[in-house]
Ligand binder design. Structure first.
Ligand code: RIB
Length: 334
């Protein structure tokens, strides 16, 4: 049978409110009393009733994490940082894959609201109706967006410097002597990928440097990269380098090149973005732009919990993380 606060109070010879305050580490409890209560709670295997606690506070100690797809290793690393930060603060994390489907995204947000979560981390609100976005922004539970450029709205954001990342990528390929470069930049509604494309175009601006940039849009997934590379190999034979605006696409590109019997970087250079763990392991190891995924996940939770405490006074916070080029073996000088 479940042990209750009453059982512990009886054993410790104190009242129930003293037990409750001792267990929640509240002020005003003598050290000896707290230690006695904790020792009894441990001995009898007491587990707090989260449902009852939630009813009392109106919130559960749970955070929602809504991402597009955990199969993209970028999200796995970010989720790990978020979970570690949530765990350290005494919160659980519920994972929701939205597939960037507006209906699914909306349903998850409603379901998290109904679960009375203490906050939601989301990669985007772009697919949701304006009405729901406004409702979320005014909601009494904080929402932090990560992986999207600052929205200028009421939401706090955590992101990497995507524009700079694209710029560094473009400059790097130019420095290696590439003059016909393909850019795989995802679909236009993805602000972070679009920023990378803008930075890249600034670096390789055709009028200034005589560079031909072939731009391909499509899903920013392994399959998306694979399909795009097949098109390049068939119809853009002068291309000598491909900048894939995330590592998942870059992996698809490398696979398509190998399937054609060609080599990376001897026949085509490939540059990624993210620096997920796999990028070091694949062959050839991928040259890529690093963004601090784990730290971004941690930061998103920290901001969320801070906002939760200062809901009435907070100003949205926009935290931008630096990027860096990680040179491995998938790009070569011409
Ligand atoms: O939306 C997913 C992509 O955005 C990831 O691959 C990563 O690049 C992120 O910033």
């Amino acid at each position: 049978m479940a042990v209750s606060l009453h059982d512990i109070a009886k054993a410790a010879k104190v009242d129930v409110s003293t037990v409750s305050r001792a267990l929640s580490n509240a002020y005003g409890i003598r050290r000896a009393t707290r230690e006695k209560v904790l020792a009894i709670a441990n001995r009898v295997g007491y587990r707090p009733n989260r449902l009852a606690q939630g009813l009392a506070t109106g919130r559960s100690r749970t955070l929602g994490l809504v991402i597009s797809d955990i199969r993209n290793p970028f999200f796995a690393e970010l989720a790990r940082g978020a979970e570690d930060a949530a765990f350290a603060a005494g919160y659980d994390l519920v994972l929701c894959n939205s597939d960037l489907d507006p209906a699914k995204q909306t349903q998850y947000v409603h379901s998290l609201q109904e679960k009375r979560v203490a906050g939601i981390l989301m990669n985007t609100v772009a697919g949701m109706t304006r009405g729901l976005q406004q409702e979320l922004a005014k909601w009494d539970v904080p929402v932090v967006l990560f992986n999207r450029p600052p929205t200028g709205s009421n939401f706090s954001t955590v992101t990497a410097d995507n524009f700079r990342g694209g710029f560094v990528a473009g400059n790097y390929l130019i420095r290696l002597g590439h003059r016909s470069i393909a850019l795989l930049c995802g679909r236009p509604q993805h602000g972070n990928l679009t920023e990378r494309a803008k930075g890249f175009m600034k670096a390789v601006h055709p009028a200034r440097k005589g560079v031909v940039a072939v731009v391909l849009r499509g899903p920013h997934t392994y399959q998306g990269g694979h399909e795009a590379a097949k098109k390049i190999l068939e119809s853009h034979r002068k291309v000598t380098a491909i900048f894939a605006a995330n590592d998942a696409m870059a992996f698809g590109v490398i696979h398509a090149i190998h399937q054609k019997g060609l080599s990376v970087p001897e026949d085509l250079s490939v540059l990624g973005f993210d620096n997920v763990e796999l990028s070091e392991i694949i062959r050839p190891p991928l040259t890529t732009i690093h963004q601090p995924k784990y730290e971004m996940g941690q930061a998103a939770v920290e901001i969320l919990l801070k906002l939760g405490k200062q809901r009435d006074t907070h100003m949205p916070e926009n935290r931008v993380f630096g990027i860096k080029l990680v040179e491995r073996q998938s790009c070569r000088a011409l």
